[in-house]
Design a protein around this ligand. Structure first.
Ligand SMILES: Cc1cc2nc3c(=O)[nH]c(=O)nc-3n(C[C@H](O)[C@H](O)[C@H](O)COP(=O)(O)O)c2cc1C
Length: 223
């Protein structure tokens, strides 16, 4: 697949078939993750790949925390924009788009809560990838590098007909991940990726959320 084609084809998948994904395929995908550039080749990423009973246990434990309204404790702050910002506006557009394709009315609190739960269940994907870095590194330094590896993983997955959803939701209760996946204190949990074969009949997978036009976020100098 052409690289530009892959970049344009990738989108977040939030409904998966239960079919397992082989370790060989996952290894090839993660090898692509490791090919990402990093500052001075520090390669500050680590992956934990979870499937089967352990992933099911993790999903249940995360949903339990959510349903008990326990405060989230992310080790990497994603949501930090103000309510009157363009970022919040885009977030709302995304939520509206998802609720529309999922046929979740704004006032239907039950369905909205069920949708929220899906996110904490890795969208029922058969594989969850946790992306970690080392606590000895600076707070922001490794994020660019881990992000590059994250994108490589999402693009490489396409080669095998797999879909991904990068997920902040499933790392919001790090203590649960630490206990179940045996993650020591010197590691910092950055992000997760839900991965599996897309269920193309699942309505949320129909959504293709747009982007700001290039003209609105680019300045050309000297052309
Ligand atoms: C750092 C990061 C965290 C994300 N966390 C979530 C999440 O918790 N739940 C979710 O449904 N999507 C999550 N996403 C997916 C974004 O919503 C998605 O990438 C964005 O809306 C653009 O849509 P696309 O991936 O379909 O192109 C995350 C993406 C990134 C990059």
């Amino acid at each position: 697949m052409d690289i530009i084609e892959a970049i344009h084809q990738r989108k977040s998948i939030r409904g998966f078939k239960p079919d397992p994904v082989s370790k060989d395929i996952l290894s090839e995908i993660l090898e692509s993750g490791c090919k990402a550039p990093s500052a001075m080749n520090t390669q500050p990423w680590e992956f934990i790949v979870i499937t089967g009973d352990v992933l099911n246990k993790l999903k249940s434990a995360l949903v339990e925390k959510l349903n008990n309204s326990e405060p989230t404790q992310p080790e990497h702050q994603v949501v930090s924009w103000s309510n009157d910002s363009i970022y919040r506006k885009r977030q709302i557009e995304l939520a509206k788009g998802l609720f529309k394709v999922m046929d979740i009315p704004r006032e239907d609190k039950k369905k909205r809560a069920e949708w929220m739960e899906r996110g904490f269940r890795f969208f029922d994907a058969p594989v969850g990838i946790l992306m970690l870095t080392n606590n000895s590194l600076s707070d922001s330094g490794p994020l660019l590098d881990v992000g590059a590896a994250m994108q490589n993983i999402c693009l490489a997955a396409l080669k095998f007909g797999l879909g991904t959803c990068i997920e902040d939701q499933s790392v919001l209760y790090p203590a649960v991940l630490r206990e179940i996946a045996d993650i020591p204190d010197n590691k910092r949990i950055i992000i997760a990726i839900a991965l599996g074969y897309p269920d193309w009949d699942f309505p949320a997978n129909q959504l293709s959320i747009g982007r700001e036009s290039l003209d609105n976020n680019t300045r050309w100098i000297g052309f």
